[in-house]
Design a protein around this ligand. Structure first.
Ligand SMILES: [Zn+2]
Length: 414
């Protein structure tokens, strides 16, 4: 048993301590105020004591002290300067460091946005889950302090979550667009596409059809997010609304009991709750089931608004947590966790399910080959063998087709 002593009720500390000890380490712990410590020690004489208190409070019992920064007990959104420069376990507030990483609190006031209005990502490596690392370090220290603690139960799993931005290459397009496409293919000398388009026009077999069979059969692809509206400037002119082929596909996937169907709120919806709700309801009507999972298209969100809107739309679990320009542990964790609304300084019921990499990142941002990508994924697997966690990779349906830009890529999905 581990006892963590805090001065007074502190939502940020309560939250991060629960994440470290319950979600990551899965060990028994109690949080108490300093006045309650004696009583708890009487109940658990072999407990390991972690103090998370201002300097002046000291105790006779053997303990580990995590330096406490008063910012944690405030509602201030701006992170004090230089806090991340220190890197010594005993010199900095590691709970604060974990809280900042997990909640992205710095982005609440960030004005550095990319062309899609996403928070800019730096190019530093983030290949070790920070919260796991610090939780394990702290746990090892607790063990060294004489107390008998059980070994940590490490869980590992590999899953793929899939976004559907464009369900088919040709199927579902109006005939005039496919005929116009023939000229475009010739004009751009895209003979592979021209051949496939002819094949489609003659036989109605789309290059993505076979990919869909594979996706439906694949046991590790369980969460599938469907885009219900497209923005012409970013998604081309593929019609998603009132598209019979698309509707049939969604219904077919949804009929498989092993697939969870989620909404992929469209490019312009991230600040528009009415739009998120309308798209979700359209999907619900199609599949005749409640939709409670989501991932924002283009991974676009604004803190805290988008997540508040997702909660308003009835979402219980969101998958938007993943870097777009690099791979790694965006929130320092590889387990699902409750979203903390820093503006309201409270934990919410919305579960955030992090993914550790995205297929398009390997292809377009890192410009890796499928072989190099497999090697990177294997490295991530090894990291999680050490630290535990769930390795989820964001993929798109196109990758399973090996068509055009995805030629040779389906093999990265085991
Ligand atoms: Zn998307």
């Amino acid at each position: 048993m581990i006892i963590i002593v805090i001065k007074e009720d502190c939502p940020r500390a309560n939250y991060i301590i629960e994440i470290l000890f319950k979600v990551i380490l899965k060990v028994d712990y109690r949080i108490c105020y300093s006045t309650q410590l004696k009583k708890l020690l009487f109940e658990f004489p072999l407990a390991s004591v972690v103090l998370y208190l201002p300097e002046e409070e000291t105790f006779e019992v053997e303990h580990i002290r995590v330096p406490f920064h008063p910012w944690m007990n405030s509602e201030v959104l701006i992170v004090p300067q230089n806090i991340q420069a220190k890197n010594d376990f005993f010199e900095e507030d590691i709970f604060m460091k974990c809280f900042i990483k997990l909640t992205e609190i710095e982005n609440y006031s960030s004005i550095n946005l990319d062309s899609h209005h996403r928070y800019e990502e730096d190019n530093s490596e983030d290949l070790v889950p920070l919260l796991h690392q610090l939780a394990y370090d702290l746990y090892d220290l607790c063990k060294k302090h004489n107390y008998i603690l059980p070994d940590i139960k490490v869980s590992n799993s590999l899953t793929y979550s899939l976004d559907v931005d464009r369900p088919f290459v040709f199927k579902g397009l109006p005939l005039y667009l496919n005929l116009f496409g023939v000229f475009k293919d010739v004009f751009t000398l895209n003979f592979n596409r021209l051949t496939q388009r002819y094949k489609y026009l003659l036989s109605k077999i789309d290059p993505y059809d076979e990919a869909w069979d594979k996706i439906i059969k694949h046991a590790q692809i369980t969460n599938i997010f469907f885009l219900m509206d497209s923005a012409p400037q970013v998604d081309g002119y593929y019609p998603l609304k009132s598209n019979l082929s698309y509707d049939k596909l969604i219904q077919k996937v949804s009929a498989n009991p092993n697939k969870n169907i989620g909404i992929h709120p469209s490019y312009n919806s991230f600040l528009n709750p009415t739009k998120i709700i309308a798209e979700k309801e359209l999907l619900e009507q199609l599949i005749q089931k409640k939709v409670t999972i989501s991932r924002m298209h283009f991974l676009k969100y604004k803190l805290p608004d988008t997540f508040k809107f997702l909660i308003l739309a009835g979402m219980e679990c969101d998958f938007t947590s993943v870097y777009y320009s690099k791979i790694g542990f965006k929130h320092g964790i590889a387990y699902p966790f409750n979203w903390f609304n820093c503006k309201e300084n409270k934990v919410t019921d919305l579960i955030i399910n992090p993914s550790i990499a995205m297929d398009r990142t390997f292809l377009s941002y890192l410009k890796l080959s499928p072989e190099e990508t497999i090697s990177k994924i294997n490295d991530l697997k090894l990291t999680l063998l050490k630290y535990g966690g769930c390795l989820d990779i964001l993929i798109h349906n196109g990758i399973m087709s090996d068509f055009e830009e995805w030629k040779g890529w389906s093999k990265i999905v085991e």
